[in-house]
Design a protein around this ligand. Structure first.
Ligand code: NDP
Length: 310
């Protein structure tokens, strides 16, 4: 059993920024990385919009640097995940967290930065072929489809970014957008429409992923006309948004209907004393690396103030 001032759960920009601030405030934080050390940015290519990188930086490099920065001030980073937390309900009481390796941690404050995870469509054929050509991460898996025809579903920034990434590796990318417009930013839309080997289909959804063991094709449906069309592909990428990673906090922390943690006013405070939330786990509106980092900073400052007051 360990006793600490601050436990940080999650290793995206929010978690590491919270760690930098908490460590500099001498809170001696321990950070558990979770299932995907470095978080969502490790699955992205260029990050062009994080201030301070005039030439951009690739996501995995940025996350390694954030980890090093957090460690430089004394954060202990542990590769592993917390699978249960018993939150104290009274101010000043210790929260109890259980790591997957059996470690039990008593913490005065907990900063939750567990982020969000990719969503899938839920079609049986899509689920059957996950790992057999269906993926939610173009950057992780795109390489396997070098020189081949693939498809991507979604109309947000993720889909646009991944479609342009895939277009560099694959011979053709069919992009399915269910509405007659894309949600992605104008700049990202421009990138898509100016890439010659992206075949952009509006008002189009997946009717069925074809193939038994591996993806062999796609049956698409135009949701305006009902017309069906089959195309041969070997890879299908799903880029339709994310779900917050809050399962283990259900019943203890206040969440909205989608499962995002609710924080009070302009703070990172949850409904329980000494428990703070930062990053995508509490933000379904902005969801940027820089906003996640900003709220990570806020969570550490909130935790420090809370500790001073007990
Ligand atoms: P979004 O929620 O922004 O977009 C999801 C997309 O998937 C929408 O086009 C949505 O369609 C579509 N979709 C959802 N469900 C289905 C379904 N069942 N079938 C077909 N299509 C579906 O998620 P993103 O992951 O794209 O982006 C999340 C956040 O991260 C955003 O704020 C985005 O700006 C940001 N981001 C920024 C990047 C950058 O700046 N470099 C890169 C990547 C993401 P509809 O519009 O019809 O609802």
């Amino acid at each position: 059993m360990e006793t600490l001032k601050t436990l940080i759960i999650g290793s995206g920009p929010a978690g590491y920024t919270a760690a930098i601030y908490a460590a500099r405030a001498d809170l001696k934080p321990i950070l558990y990385t979770g299932m995907e050390p470095g978080g969502q940015l490790t699955t992205t290519t260029e990050v062009d919009n994080f201030p301070g990188y005039p030439d951009g930086i690739d996501g995995p490099t940025m996350m390694v640097q954030l980890q090093q920065q957090a460690e430089r001030f004394g954060t202990e980073v542990r590769i592993g995940f917390i699978n249960k937390v018993e939150f104290a309900t009274q101010k000043g009481e210790m929260h109890k967290a259980f790591a997957e390796d059996g470690t039990e941690i008593y913490a005065q404050t907990i900063i939750i930065s567990t982020g969000a995870t990719a969503k899938y469509l839920g079609l049986p054929s899509e689920q059957r072929l996950r790992g057999g050509g269906v993926s939610a991460c173009a950057v992780c898996d795109g390489f396997f489809y070098k020189g081949q025809d693939v498809a991507i579903v979604g109309g947000g920034d993720t889909a646009a970014e991944e479609a342009t990434y895939l277009a560099k590796i694959c011979s053709k990318v069919t992009m399915l957008v269910r509405k007659d417009e894309m949600r992605a930013s104008k700049a990202m839309q421009h990138r898509v429409t100016s890439t010659p080997n992206i075949d952009l289909r509006y008002n189009t959804e997946i009717d069925e992923v074809l193939g038994e063991q591996v993806v062999e094709g796609l049956r698409m449906k135009n949701n305006q006309t009902g017309a069906l069309e089959e195309i041969p592909i070997t890879g299908l990428f799903i880029a339709i948004g994310h779900k917050p990673n809050t399962e283990i906090f259900k019943g203890q922390l206040d969440m909205d209907e989608a499962g995002y943690l609710i924080t009070k006013g302009k703070t990172t405070e949850t409904n329980l004393s000494g428990v703070f939330a930062s990053g995508d786990v509490q933000d379904k509106d902005y969801r940027q690396a820089v906003t996640a980092a900003g709220t990570g900073c806020m969570a550490a400052l909130d935790a420090e103030r809370y500790l001073q007051g007990i």
